[in-house]
Design a protein around this ligand. Structure first.
Ligand code: GLP
Length: 246
């Protein structure tokens, strides 16, 4: 396949699709190098600038990565973010990764107005404030900040969550089994603190997820998680529209 100069699709975008097909067809796998920008320019009869634009795009999409002085390589496929009421631990295990957690902050704080409203609590109700760095096979994946009412899990601050599942602790120590939840996901950028924790340049894209989880109608957890957008993708099944439905 060659670039079609008469196509309305920009050349860098055509090259993106050609390169991705070529990677599959030639059986390149993770960490394999792709040809240099000069070689790609010659092969597809494109300027170095256009090739650079395509490679930049594929790097920003997480399909390729660059190693300064070495070249450009095929990146690992992204992890599909679960849209179920699953824990990080369950999610990672199901995908064949070793889940991990580092306890960053553990405190009991009065709930702010916003947190209290979202959780159906009186303002200033004491909540556990938990901040954790989540890892998969030792690699930082997400920063998670959770609030949990103190009365539901007294003494939770005394349980280390390093390398442990919060949902397992809630179930095993407090008999809390989450039975419903809701989640909002939006695009965001890493602030300097999260960038450092995730090992990313400042301003890198993240998927910002806000989840409320319930047990027996009571909000147990309000969590904001920042997931690396270069490692995660979202997938959802689409059901047919029902007449009269929204
Ligand atoms: C997901 C949710 C978090 C929740 C966590 C519990 O990542 N986004 O809100 O705190 O799961 O995971 P684990 O039980 O592994 O600690």
């Amino acid at each position: 396949m060659a670039i079609d100069p008469t196509s309305p699709v920009p050349k860098y975008s055509q090259l993106r699709d050609l390169l991705l097909d070529w990677i599959v067809e030639t059986g390149l796998s993770v960490d394999d190098p792709i040809p240099s920008e000069r070689e790609l320019g010659q092969r597809y009869e494109l300027s170095r600038m256009t090739v650079r634009q395509t490679v930049d795009l594929l790097v920003s999409e997480g399909k390729l990565y660059r190693v300064p002085g070495k070249g450009t390589f095929v990146a690992r496929p992204k992890i599909e973010m679960s849209l179920a009421l699953a824990s990080f631990t369950e999610d990672m295990r199901a995908r064949g990764f070793r889940p991990g957690a580092q306890d960053l902050v553990r405190r009991v704080l009065p709930a702010s107005g916003g947190t209290a409203r979202a959780m159906g609590l009186e303002p200033e109700t004491p909540v556990h404030h938990i901040e954790r760095l989540r890892t998969a096979d030792g690699e930082p994946m997400a920063v998670e900040r959770s609030s949990i009412p103190l009365d539901l899990a007294p003494g939770l601050d005394g349980h280390s969550l390093a390398g442990r599942s919060l949902y397992e602790v809630l179930e095993q120590e407090y008999g809390i089994i989450l039975d419903s939840g809701e989640q909002t996901i939006e695009a965001g950028v890493c602030d300097p603190a999260d960038a450092k924790l995730l090992g990313l340049p400042q301003g890198s894209p993240v998927l910002s997820m806000r989840r409320r989880s319930f047990a027996n109608g009571r909000c147990v957890e309000l969590a904001t998680s920042r997931y690396r957008a270069d490692r995660y993708t979202l997938h959802s099944r689409l059901d047919p529209r029902r007449p009269g439905g929204s």
